[in-house]
Design a protein around this ligand. Structure first.
Ligand code: ISE
Length: 341
C-alpha cells in the first residue's frame, strides 16, 4: 500500500498541529503540501517538517491549486470557517477526501449546499473535525450509554471553558466555533436531532469588554424529549476544561474531571489543567486523523459527516439568533433529510 498523500490548507494553530501529526506519526499518510496566506509561516513549517526526510513538503500558495494538485490525494482544511465552502466544493469537484475543521461553513444555507453537492457527487468525501467523538473518554461514555446499563439517558450537563480567546472572538463565534462541539456531542450521544435551542447571556466577564457575551449558557431540546445544557466560557483564565455529565434513569456518568495525576497536599487537592484543546484532545486528534486516513485509503469515510456539519451549523445559527433575544429558537431539519432521500 502506498501512503495517502495529504495537503493541508491553513497552518495556523490547528493546521500546524495536524501537519506535525501527519508528518510525524500518522500511519499510511505522508504530508506533501501546505498552503497558507502567510507564506513565510507555511515555508518555515514546510522546511522544518521536510528536514531529515526524503520527501519535501511543498508550499502551494493558492489553496485551490493545492486541492487540484495531482500529487495531493486527500486534504485537511484548517483554514478559517469563511473559506470552507469554496474549498469544500473544490475538494468535491476533484473527488478528494477532506477532513474539514469545524464549522463546516458559516451558516446553515451554505452547509446544506455542501451536503447537496456531496450527495450529487455520489460519494461521502467530507468528514467534519468533531474530534471529541474520537476522545477515549467520550467514546467510553457513549459506549456506556448505548449499552443501556444506566437505563435511558435523560439529560446532559456540559462545561466548556477555554483559558482565553483572542479579542476577535465575538459572541457569535462562541456559539459557532466553541458551543458547536456540544451541539455535536449532544446529537451524537443521544443519536437524535436538536429541535430547539435557547442561549442565555449571563453577566459577562469584565476581563473582555467590548460587548462580548462571555460566558453563555445554552439549553438544547432534542426530538426525543431529552435535554442538554452547556456553559461555554472562553475567557475563564485558569486553563482548558471540558466536562460532560450524562444523567440516565439508573445513574449518571461524568467525564473530563481532570487529566493526569490528582494530588492531595497542603490542604488542597487537584492536578494540572491543560492550557488548550491541542493538549486535552491530543489523543482524539491522533485517532481522528488516523481513522480518516485509514477510511480514505479504503475509499470510505466513517467519521462525522457533512450532514453532521450541516445539522450543527443549523443549530448554531438558531443559537446565534437566540443569543440576542434569550428566546427559544426552533430548528427543523426533517424536510431537508427527505430531500436527500
Ligand atoms: C476551538 O476552535 C476548538 O475547536 C476547541 O476545541 C474549542 O474548545 C475552542 O473553544 C475553539 O475556539
Amino acid at each position: 500500500m502506498t501512503d495517502l498523500r495529504i495537503g493541508i490548507v491553513g497552518v495556523g494553530l490547528m493546521g500546524a498541529d495536524h501537519a506535525e501529526r501527519v508528518a510525524r506519526h500518522t500511519v499510511g499518510a505522508r504530508l506533501v503540501a501546505v498552503s497558507d496566506p502567510d507564506t513565510a509561516r507555511a515555508e518555515t513549517l514546510a522546511s522544518r517538517l521536510s528536514s531529515g526526510t526524503t520527501s519535501p513538503v511543498q508550499v502551494i500558495r493558492d489553496p485551490l491549486a493545492l486541492i487540484a494538485d495531482d500529487e495531493v490525494d486527500a486534504v485537511i482544511l484548517a483554514s478559517p470557517g469563511f473559506a470552507h465552502a469554496e474549498q469544500l466544493f473544490a475538494c468535491l469537484e476533484h473527488g478528494k477526501p477532506v477532513l474539514c475543521e469545524k464549522p463546516l461553513t458559516m451558516d446553515a444555507a451554505s452547509s446544506l449546499q455542501v451536503v447537496e453537492a456531496e450527495h450529487k457527487a455520489g460519494r461521502s468525501l467530507i468528514q467534519v473535525g468533531f474530534m471529541r467523538r474520537f476522545d477515549p473518554e467520550y467514546a467510553a461514555l457513549k459506549e456506556l450509554l448505548d449499552s443501556g446499563e444506566l437505563g435511558r439517558t435523560l439529560l446532559l450537563h456540559n462545561v466548556h471553558r477555554n483559558k482565553s480567546a483572542p479579542p476577535a472572538f465575538r459572541s457569535e463565534m462562541i456559539v459557532r466555533d466553541s458551543m458547536v462541539h456540544e451541539v455535536d456531542v449532544a446529537r451524537w450521544l443521544f443519536g437524535d436531532e436538536i429541535t430547539r435551542i435557547t442561549v442565555h447571556a449571563p453577566k459577562p466577564t469584565s476581563l473582555v469588554g467590548d460587548g462580548v457575551l462571555d460566558p453563555q449558557l445554552a439549553v438544547f431540546e432534542l426530538a426525543n424529549g431529552a435535554m442538554a445544557d452547556v456553559e461555554v466560557f472562553v475567557n475563564f483564565q485558569v486553563g482548558y476544561e471540558v466536562r460532560c455529565e450524562a444523567v440516565a434513569e439508573r445513574g449518571s456518568a461524568t467525564i473530563g474531571l481532570g487529566s493526569g495525576v490528582q494530588t492531595r497536599s497542603g490542604g488542597q487537592w487537584g492536578g494540572a489543567m491543560p492550557a488548550d484543546y491541542r493538549i486535552r484532545f491530543a489523543r482524539a486528534y491522533d485517532l481522528e486523523v488516523q481513522r480518516w486516513v485509514d477510511a480514505a485509503a479504503r475509499g470510505q469515510n466513517d467519521g462525522p459527516s457533512a450532514w453532521d456539519g450541516y445539522a450543527a451549523a443549523a443549530v448554531c445559527e438558531a443559537g446565534i439568533e437566540s443569543l440576542t433575544t434569550a428566546r427559544p429558537v426552533d430548528v427543523d431539519l426533517a424536510d431537508r433529510r427527505k430531500v436527500l432521500g
